[in-house]
Design a binder for this molecule. Sequence first.
Ligand SMILES: Nc1ncnc2c1ncn2[C@@H]1O[C@H](COP(=O)(O)O)[C@@H](O)[C@H]1OP(=O)(O)O
Ligand SMILES: [Mg+2]
Ligand SMILES: [Mg+2]
Ligand SMILES: [Mg+2]
Length: 355
Amino acid sequence: MSLAFTTEKQLAISAVRRACSLTSSVFNKLVKNETLTKGDKSPVTVADYSAQAIIGSILQRAFPQDPIVGEEDAAELRSESGATIRDRIVSLTNEALVGDLGLGDIAEWGIGPGSEQTPGQILDAIDRGNYEGGRTGRMWTVDPIDGTKGFLRGEQYAVCLALLVDAEVQVGVLGCPNLPVDPSNPDGDKGCLFVAVRGQGAQQMKLSGADPTPLSMPPYAPSTFNFLESVEAAHSSHSTNDKISKLMGITRPPIRMDSQAKYACLARGDGGAYMRMPTGVGYREKIWDHAAGSLIVEESGGIVTDSRGQQLDFGLGRTLGENHGVIACIKDAHAKLLQAVQQAVADEASVQSKA
Ligand SMILES: Nc1ncnc2c1ncn2[C@@H]1O[C@H](COP(=O)(O)O)[C@@H](O)[C@H]1OP(=O)(O)O
Ligand SMILES: [Mg+2]
Ligand SMILES: [Mg+2]
Ligand SMILES: [Mg+2]
């Protein structure tokens, strides 16, 4: 019997790997005027656009019927002021597309020597990410660089791609170019790829595709349990985590890291929970920030819910809807953690109502 989603899994690995080699090489060459600030004040670089163009272009060739919910769009690049950055993105994308075929790559996906695209095709590949999402059918979701701030600091970031079918994540891939392959040797080789298919487990491999190893989360051990959380205090509430941590009796400090690399690290046994509690500014979490990572954690034996204990709903459109936070955790610690979360949320609400 052939396994479900074999082609989709291989394609997602190939696309993410190609995008990762681009982001790594751009990091070393990035110049100041290659970073723009978007309407919401967040940064976006030529690497974000080019990585989305690569993934969009490969998906277009392999699965032309599948819509894509992607973080970036090409509107700015189509404007007159976007000409310089557009030319750079076109040449970076083509450089990456024509790179030699690697393990599992298929030339029919529009990669390898001779696969150049026109500027118009490259902008269209980025704009394929404009799909609004929804509850039914197949769709991909892509975050070409998750944790752009981490990328710019030379720290953690992730290239993220997931396939959803009827609002359920079926395939998830995270490429983490700056993540140590062996967590016990932080100064050793860097560059990991994490992949999961629903019902088939999760694996870590090197970015080259070599050395696939199954992931399985360790059982709950109170003495080593701690939180993974954002570096940026504006993205999730450090102070709420601190209260939850005290209620749980956790003594180890949190591990701060940008991007969905937190899901990947949790899946391979770091910390014990990835906590993303809202900061109260009305921000809605995006589906591309959680689809791949949540499946990787679930397929490694973990559990992912919001702060009410409910499953994340990927069928609401481009966002996860009203923000009740995200809690990804070792399965047998989840009930205890949820109790502490609800206590902390109730305490915060009562302090606010008295203020
Ligand atoms: N106010 C906010 N609350 C939560 N997440 C945010 C907020 N602003 C931006 N983000 C998103 O958080 C993600 C990074 O998370 P982390 O802090 O865990 O690394 C990015 O996708 C980033 O979006 P963007 O890509 O638009 O910058
Ligand atoms: Mg961004
Ligand atoms: Mg991003
Ligand atoms: Mg993101």
